[in-house]
Design a protein around this ligand. Sequence first.
Ligand code: PAF
Length: 280
Amino acid sequence: MIQLVDSGAVRQWCEARRAEGQRIGFVPTMGALHAGHLSLMRIAAQHADALVVSIFVNPLQFGPSEDLARYPRDLPGDGAKCAEAGVALLYCPTAEQLYPPGFQTRVEVASLARGLCGERRPGHFSGVCTVVAKLLNVVGPCVAVFGAKDYQQLQVIRRMVVDLDQPVQIVSGPIVREADGVAMSSRNAHLTAAERQQAPCLHAALQQARALVAAGERDPERVLASARAAIERAPLARLDYLELRDAQTLAPLTELLPGGTLLALAVYFGATRLIDNAVL
Ligand code: PAF
């Protein structure tokens, strides 16, 4: 595995692979890699000859009161995991590289990026889209893989690459969970022991809603109430949002769409914000 910081060198390396007829699979990350990221790498490898991973904690997607400074970082540990996962190139740009003095362009996706996390984290998806567009331009992959835990991010990025004619296939990787149902996330590392013990409430809320719908419940308010009750049983959890949306357009719903209803939620434990979702 080679590790590069310089975007020009990464571009050259990727061009050389493409000239050899290789397909590049790409997994952009913010590091602190866990089993969820490794599963995305396995999916990308299935679609490609050469696997490229980026690690960049993108300041543009963090609000002023968010956790940029304390976001977990472990470049040596991440490098070892990538080497073991068969990554050919690990791209670790710096903020100065990606956003040099004078940088002033933003990529905005309109309605998909509003609501849910977009409403609670103003500017977040514009930061995500700007960096992902830049990374895709440098790497030029055939396939890029994103996790379904960040469901809104996935939909926003799918829209962006279509709208910007970016020649890349966006593939989604299923949510990977701990044994107790907690979705894998770099932010889980911030939970105290007591918070971690209560963190399965997000998955419990989704499971409860899913069971209710499977049993024939079609009233969205009752589905939401049962999911909310699961969160309320965890005294350390503070609900940020819990919403039913059209799984394709992310438009708010007044009735359940068979097979196409997204239940999405965000929950705070202290300053740590966890998200999860299920398509019911
Ligand atoms: O999902 C993430 O880790 C980030 O939002 C991404 C896609 C790497 C962009 O910084």
